[in-house]
Design a protein around this ligand. Structure first.
Ligand code: MN
Length: 501
């Protein structure tokens, strides 16, 4: 997993024209350079910003946007019209641009210079109408972009740019990404299934199936020394249950789990995969269902979801990339059990084993217990509680003719009571605007029981991501009202019938 996103660049492109003469264009160039450098050096912006010379003709616009397409470090472009840049000049370039675009509707000067403003100043500082001309052609061409309005040194503006930039990096990370699927979809489950070819066309990542037998071969090639060394890491990092300490009756199960983790890691790294999915129904030759292996791989940055759910696995990966460097975690989650207390209704989220320790509040305990399904040896898993605080659930579903991303803002809660007999990590939250509305809206929208649970992303991150991908985003938050929500879904359905990409 990346530790910083600063080696990704946004290109800062300013539009103008030859009408104003050399002196004005020189000032436009200098001002743009100053803005780009200010943004690039901001510690509030996760990526770098690269100044590009001001574009003044259709040819220059086409060339810079074609170069942005071809540059692997360029995750997107910021456009700004300091002066007027007649936007018919932009049509040919925008037609071929396939990197994310942010239209920064800003102005070089923060305030009107009341005492000194003359016609030269008016000639140079025309963003208020130059950016409207640019916005018009983007709307006419149905180009998905983010528009941010405000002074470029304003913290709120920079925070919005950062949000979009993080979504753009995650999008770049998906392009050409490979996800491995061991086994097929679990049983007859609908929501975890979907069109993998359509997903590759819409999102740029591929999902292909790999034989469990080939994975088992790699697991069996792991040596006892490698296992010893990983067991030592376990002992340093977690609180081991008594029966898996040296000499304990389940010690061998822990060693088997470590061998699975080492084999799975090697398989994924050798194949260049960014995530995976598996199913407990297809584990032929494996001694136990990967528990701690999957948990630790997720914590390292691999996308994962259970039961063949490749869509959630890919979304988990994207959210982890988006949140690089932010405090808190992003995890594969499953709605499990409700607490219908009239005073405070809550959802308990967990999974059979695979809950991401990046959510953990304190040191997880490492335990081996029987698993009711799968018919394998007792698997090792990390058990912990999650931190509370603002969070969200997001679900990517295949609606048949398109993909839909559903987001529900929630409030994470600390555990109300201990759960001494539940041998799996768990999370508690309260959906917004309230339990009844949040869950009802989620079900009307067709949201899955599998989600990404994020402690550090906001709806705006996922809005930006959905806009870049050109897919529908359904938002369930403090303002959601069921009386209008159902109609929003119906209108959206019609929109996406009319605007097939
Ligand atoms: Mn599941």
């Amino acid at each position: 997993m990346m530790s910083t996103l600063k080696n990704f660049e946004i290109w800062f492109i300013t539009g103008s024209q030859h009408l104003y003469g050399e002196e004005t264009l020189r000032q436009v160039d200098n001002h743009s350079k100053e803005i780009a450098n200010y943004l690039s050096q901001s510690d509030k912006l996760a990526v770098s910003v690269t100044f590009k010379p001001v574009v003044k003709t259709s040819e220059e616009i086409y060339d810079i946007l074609a170069a942005a397409n071809a540059d692997n470090n360029c995750i997107g472009v910021i456009t700004w019209m300091h002066t007027f840049s007649p936007s018919k000049m932009w049509i040919r370039g925008l037609n071929i641009l396939h990197k994310p675009l942010l239209h920064l509707h800003t102005q070089f000067n923060q305030y009107i210079p009341w005492d000194t403003m003359d016609m030269d100043f008016m000639n140079l500082n025309q963003s208020a109408h130059g950016d409207r001309e640019f916005g018009h052609i983007m709307s006419k061409m149905h180009i998905n972009r983010k528009v941010i309005t405000g002074f470029w040194q304003d913290d709120e503006v920079i925070k919005q740019i950062d949000t979009w930039a993080r979504a753009a990096v995650a999008w770049q990370d998906w392009q050409g990404a490979k996800f491995a699927r061991f086994g097929d979809n679990m049983r007859f489950v609908a929501v975890t299934d979907g069109d993998k070819t359509a997903a590759e066309m819409a999102f740029g990542f591929s999902v292909n199936t790999y034989a469990v037998g080939d994975l088992v071969k790699v697991i069996e090639s792991i040596t006892e020394d490698q296992v010893d060394s990983l067991i030592q890491t376990y002992e340093e990092s977690y609180e081991l249950a008594t029966n898996i300490r040296p000499g304990g009756e389940k010690r061998q199960n822990l060693r088997d789990a470590a061998q699975i983790e080492l084999g799975l890691t090697q398989f994924l790294e050798d194949g260049g995969f960014k995530g995976f999915s598996n199913t407990f129904e297809d584990l032929h030759g494996m001694k136990q269902l990967p528990g701690i292996a999957t948990q630790r791989l997720m914590q390292k940055g691999f996308g994962y979801a259970g039961e063949g759910d490749w869509k959630t696995a890919a979304l988990v990966r994207a959210c982890k990339v988006m949140a690089t460097g932010l405090p808190g975690g992003n995890a594969f989650m499953e709605d499990y059990t409700y607490h219908f207390d009239p005073k405070q209704s809550l959802v308990l989220g967990a999974h059979m084993l695979e809950v991401d320790p990046s959510l953990a509040n304190g040191k997880p305990s490492l335990e081996v217990h029987p698993l009711g399904i799968g018919g394998k040896d007792d698997p090792a898993r990390l058990v912990f509680e999650a931190k509370g605080g603002p969070a969200l659930n997001a679900s990517l579903v295949d609606m048949g003719n398109r993909f839909r991303l559903i987001v529900n803002e929630v409030i994470g809660k600390e555990p109300l009571n201990a759960l001494p007999k539940l041998p799996v990590a768990r999370v508690l939250w309260q959906p917004l605007p309230d339990m009844k509305t949040g869950c009802t809206a989620w079900i009307y929208a067709g949201g899955a029981h599998h989600t990404i649970y994020s402690q550090n992303l906001t709806t705006e991150h996922l809005q930006d991501f959905a806009r870049i991908a050109g897919i529908e985003l359904v938002q369930i938050d403090a303002n959601t009202q069921l009386s209008t929500f159902e109609n929003e879904l119906r209108w959206s359905e019609v929109y996406y019938q009319l605007h097939q990409r």
